[in-house]
Design a protein around this ligand. Structure first.
Ligand code: PGA
Length: 221
């Protein structure tokens, strides 16, 4: 990830027809984007992942796919779970440790370590989300997203100064390679984060659902 990284987290949004419209509009809107300098990663729900993969292949759109989650277990008798082997067939990245998963699905440090281990064994790159240096980061994590909970979906981002110094502390404490910032990123504020030392990119929730807005975020990053 030497390029500026822009991750879209669609969460539990987007049905097939909406994903189709999103891709068409993003494709049209992003004609002037210098993709050689940007790594764009879309994290859709599993239900539309194969559709996106096919669309990307056909259109040649230079974007990668990431999963929003994966099973902490290997493949087998784990009803309802999607294993790292399955995810790695179709995606290159996976989000692990998002605050919504910690809060609503009670994912603890051991489970997060297991997920990171599964991702590593299947060649998936995990993007591990933390609140700050107080969270532990499992061994094997290379990419981290600093996502303060007060900034997620609130329209109140952290300041670039604080995000930058937290990113630096995370790198120094855990020896990770890449730190992204996430939380109320918009087309207007994205550059203030990506131009900050120690921040390598952004993770975008709500603003990634609009293809034109997301295209501007990618262009401005
Ligand atoms: P937001 O979400 O951009 O809507 O604040 C970010 C995230 O949860 O990853």
């Amino acid at each position: 990830m030497g390029k500026t990284v822009i991750v879209a987290n669609w969460k539990s949004n987007m049905e097939l027809a909406e994903a189709d419209t999103w891709l068409r509009k993003f494709h049209d809107a992003s004609g002037k984007v210098a993709f050689s300098e940007k790594e764009v990663i879309i994290c859709p729900p599993f239900t539309v992942m194969a559709f996106l993969a096919e669309w990307i292949k056909k259109s040649g759109l230079p974007i990668s796919l990431g999963a929003q989650n994966l099973s902490p277990f290997p493949k087998g008798a784990y009803t309802g779970e999607v294993s790292a082997e399955q995810v790695s067939e179709i995606a290159s990245y996976v989000l692990i440790g998002h605050s919504e998963r910690r809060k609503y699905f009670h994912e603890d440090d051991q489970m997060l370590q297991n997920k990171v281990d599964m991702a590593l064994a299947s060649g998936l790159q995990s993007i591990f989300c933390v609140q700050g240096v107080e969270d532990s980061i499992p061994k094997g994590v290379v990419h981290v997203a600093y996502e303060p909970v007060f900034a997620i979906g609130t329209g109140e981002p952290d300041s670039p100064e604080n995000a930058g110094s937290t990113a630096r502390s995370i790198k120094e404490t855990f020896g990770v390679h890449t730190v992204l910032y996430g939380g109320s990123v918009t087309a207007a504020n994205v550059h203030s984060f990506t131009s900050t030392e120690d921040i390598h990119g952004v993770l975008v929730g709500s603003a990634s659902l609009d293809p034109e807005v997301f295209s501007s975020i990618v262009a401005n990053a």
